[in-house]
Design a binder for this molecule. Sequence first.
Ligand SMILES: NC(=O)c1ccc[n+]([C@@H]2O[C@H](COP(=O)([O-])OP(=O)(O)OC[C@H]3O[C@@H](n4cnc5c(N)ncnc54)[C@H](OP(=O)(O)O)[C@@H]3O)[C@@H](O)[C@H]2O)c1
Length: 301
Amino acid sequence: MSGMTRKVALIGARGMLAKMVQAAAPSNFSIQGFQRPEFDLTDVDQVRRAMEEFRPQVIINCCAYTQVDRCEDEEELATRVNGEGPGYLAVVARELDATLVHVSTDYVFSGNANRPYRENDATGPMSAYGRSKLKGEQAILESGLEKYFIVRTSWLYGPWGKNFVETILRLAAEREELRIVADQVGCPTYTGDLAEAIFRLLELESDSETPAVFKGEYGVYHFANEGQCSWYDFACEIVEIARQIGLPVKAHRIEPITTEQFPLPAQRPTYSVFDTAKYQKATGVSIPSWQESLKTYFEVR
Ligand SMILES: NC(=O)c1ccc[n+]([C@@H]2O[C@H](COP(=O)([O-])OP(=O)(O)OC[C@H]3O[C@@H](n4cnc5c(N)ncnc54)[C@H](OP(=O)(O)O)[C@@H]3O)[C@@H](O)[C@H]2O)c1
């Protein structure tokens, strides 16, 4: 397969990650976006028709119902998009002999661990969003599709989307004081690094001389920037860089608070640090630290 251009169906093409996937695609991947209203992932007939007509060799699913708090009230819709949709893609990928890349989340875990999460650790979602995303992973596993990568990621930010970095920059420009949750620990992830990781995994597959041996490489991968921090640490670093590069900063105090002091409808994992050794071993690539990638984001935003 090496050297050949591969046709990619990019699902949910208007989203934050999808736009980065489109921008970061190596030249041997030819990307076609699919999005609403012509393409609705909850409509199985539309999904089938669109994929059978386009006949992709790769399907990258960046589509999701990502409003975590709204999912609590709209679990049925969340389940259709996040839980059933990936299954429709997996079934059609199997029929077309295409490879599916599906993006999942740290919310499939309970967040009660005391060491970084590995791919085969027990799941245990604590929110409607987490349950719906876990169903999506299970639907792929149950489809019988062999050629899939489920890439779980966390605390995603990048251009073309609402994200924590932009929220902090806006608040820091408006307010004297910020109060940020300090008792949730995780790994921020820059969409540029995740998009690159997706193509690294896909390139492993195209470089492989022996598809049968390669089969062992399919499956679930954890991908996040290296290191860990709390939302409070993340906010401090964002404001610090903003000051250094001369962005408007009014905030002179950042106060660490507890999750209890800032209640939200959906429960967040307290601890969602990923062990990314599997990805690094498979690709031979090391992952930048979250601080390094945050700087990169400031250069491109
Ligand atoms: N953001 C994070 O912090 C985070 C963390 C971990 C994992 N993830 C995962 O990463 C992936 C990408 O997230 P993101 O932040 O890039 O999401 P996003 O910006 O919210 O984009 C999601 C896209 O999905 C589309 N979509 C929703 N329902 C659809 C449907 N029924 N049919 C077709 N398209 C539909 C939306 O389309 P419209 O534009 O029409 O609404 C939107 O463009 C998701 O799988 C998410 O679960 C995200």
